[in-house]
Design a protein around this ligand. Structure first.
Ligand code: C5P
Length: 316
């Protein structure tokens, strides 16, 4: 979603995601896992401002948005929302650098990133920011690259970046993703879904979680949930939600079980970890139900708690 655009600057809102379904199919020779996942973008956004400069420097500044729970808690912010690297370890920096190298240009840019999406939480914040950075660089530096070309770069940066490029930033927000996550089939789901997301103190590393996973002998198929998402009740959807990575994540963090159980006790239709964790989400019937569940979870001080709905793209 683009907010503001001028000759040398653009501001992009990059959404978080939830994995409604994630199944592992095989381990590949390159170390990645073949999987099937259904992801939906949700209306919690980071904001990325990309400004072209006259020199060849790439500078990236990162901060939590004023008013976020982590910003309010000062030093506890890292534990609550995750670390904010500003150099080449930040995927945004790597995205813009990749664009420069691919285009063979040396133009500089000033990138300002305002974070609201917790890091190391399975909510896709870094991947979404990287997709936003690719699009911003392409537009501001007037490269005119096709979506196919941008997708190739996105897949080089990370397995979830193509989803954000195709579906989070431009599409209706929901897709079935295959391969290592980079083969995207948009799902024509237009109904609103309502969630409460909780990110416990302490994140999980995606690589650590995948290292501990086992491939099921009889994997679940995503197709059931794809059909249910179009026409089933929220209870039907909740019954078909699934995340195979919650098994290894539970070995790494006792918070996962605690959160998903607390969500059910608070009245959620269903609860599940997102991606490789550590954030979990509760599926709710409507916004009022979500607010009620969120209030109960907040009173238990389980971590950062927020309500969210699935979102598609609107251009401003
Ligand atoms: O692609 P991305 O950088 O997000 O992946 C982080 C790590 O997660 C990879 O290094 C890999 O260990 C693991 N991964 C995997 N199979 C996938 C996606 C990620 O094994 N489909």
């Amino acid at each position: 979603m683009f907010l503001k655009r001028s000759a040398d600057s653009i501001t992009v809102h990059s959404p978080a995601k939830l994995n409604l379904f994630l199944e592992l199919l095989a381990k590949r020779p390159d170390g990645f896992h073949e999987l099937e996942t259904i992801m939906t973008a949700i209306d919690v956004f980071d904001t990325l401002r990309f400004t072209a400069t006259d020199d060849s420097q790439l500078t990236l500044s990162c901060r939590f948005a004023p008013g976020t729970e982590a910003a309010a808690q000062g030093e506890d912010a890292d534990a609550l929302l995750g670390d904010l690297p500003t150099g080449p370890t930040n995927l945004v920096y790597r995205a813009v650098d990749l664009v420069r190298r691919t285009a063979g240009i040396e133009q500089g840019a000033k990138i300002e990133l305002i974070k609201r999406i917790p890091a190391a939480s399975g909510l896709g914040g870094a991947s979404s920011d990287a997709a936003a950075a690719l699009v911003a660089a392409d537009i501001v530096w007037k490269l005119g690259w096709s979506r196919t070309k941008l997708s190739e770069l996105a897949a080089q940066l990370g397995s979830d970046v193509p989803f954000f490029l195709h579906t989070g930033l431009f599409g209706n927000g929901m897709a079935l993703c295959r391969g290592r996550g980079e083969i995207i089939t948009p799902l024509p789901v237009t109904r609103r879904m309502h969630f409460v997301v909780v990110r416990p103190p302490g994140g999980l590393s995606t690589a650590d979680v995948f290292r501990r996973c086992t491939i099921p002998a009889n994997p679940f198929a995503a197709s059931d949930l794809c059909d249910t998402l179009q026409s089933g009740t929220m209870t039907d959807i909740g019954r078909r939600m699934h995340n195979r990575l919650s098994e290894p994540s539970r070995e790494l963090s006792t918070e996962i079980d605690r959160l998903t159980k607390s969500m059910l006790q608070a009245g959620a239709i269903s609860s599940q970890m997102s991606g490789s964790g550590s954030a979990c989400f509760a599926l709710c019937q409507d916004p009022r139900h979500a607010r009620r569940v969120a209030a109960k979870l907040k009173s238990q001080r389980l971590g950062v708690v927020f309500t969210a709905s699935n979102c598609g793209v609107q251009w401003n």
